[in-house]
Design a protein. Structure first.
Length: 258
């Protein structure tokens, strides 16, 4: 075979190789043209993490803290916890240390217990009801409230209350404390007006003691019950019913910062 023939065949082979390469490149370009989504992409995933910091509530006091008279069993403490959960979606841990019939001298001893102090240390919010059993003494206070003993009873109560607040602040200097004032369950009785005067004075002095401590808020309830007291009392005509506790819970909730 002559050199010219070999050279001609080689040229033809190279030409067809180039033609094939150009065709392949054009086909690939046409395939991917207009299909940018086919190319793999790295997706950035952003995860939103909600603030799940919980709220620790400790409740102290008497039968109002226990919710006596509430057909649902929740009392104002339970109603308040429900509202906090609904409005903030925060997990709430509740420790209810209320004792039926408790007086201020008994609460004074309770807040000195090591376990109670440990609970107080962890609290973000502290709820307190006390004083009703000191003043009313199971109904005896209604009979002899004009005897002059009220002043002596109140003096002891206020001293106990001051000590209780000191102990709370000794164990916890940051929690907001909501101290629930007294209402008059006897306002529609014959001596109701005179008893209202005693209770208003009692509440005023209690609020003054509260004001001497940081972040201790006196929560009035007297006005909530005064006009329609029987609508908000349990069958014992002393403790709130479900509606009455709900009123107290709403009053406390209005003072919370969410």
């Amino acid at each position: 075979m002559s050199k010219n023939v070999i050279r001609f065949i080689t040229i033809i082979a190279v030409f067809f190789c180039l033609l094939w390469a150009v065709g392949l490149g054009w086909a690939v370009k046409e395939y991917y043209a207009g299909k940018p989504d086919q190319a793999p992409q790295r997706t950035k995933v952003v995860t939103k993490t909600e603030n799940q910091k919980g709220l620790t509530i400790v409740a102290l006091g008497d039968s109002l803290t226990r919710g006596t008279g509430d057909e649902t069993g929740k009392g104002y403490v339970g109603d308040l916890v429900d509202e906090i959960k609904q409005k903030t979606k925060r997990p709430v841990q509740l420790t209810n240390l209320g004792i039926n019939g408790q007086r201020s001298d008994q609460l004074k001893k309770q807040v000195q217990q090591m376990e109670v102090q440990r609970q107080l240390e962890k609290a973000d919010v502290i709820l307190l009801t006390i004083g009703g059993n000191d003043l009313f003494r199971g109904g005896q206070g209604l009979i002899d409230f004009q005897s002059g003993d009220i002043a002596a009873i109140e003096k002891k109560y206020l001293n106990n209350l001051k000590f209780i607040f000191q102990q709370i602040r000794k164990n916890n200097d940051h929690a907001n404390v909501f101290f629930i004032g007294l209402y008059n369950p006897f306002s529609e009785m014959d001596q109701g007006k005179e008893m209202s005067k005693v209770i208003r004075h009692w509440n005023y002095d209690s609020a003054e003691v509260s004001a001497a401590f940081p972040k201790i808020v006196f929560v009035p309830t007297f006005d909530l019950f005064e006009l329609k007291v029987n609508d908000y009392l349990y069958s014992d005509k002393f403790h709130p019913n479900t509606k009455g506790y709900w009123l107290i819970a709403e009053r406390v909730a209005s003072l919370l910062t969410w």
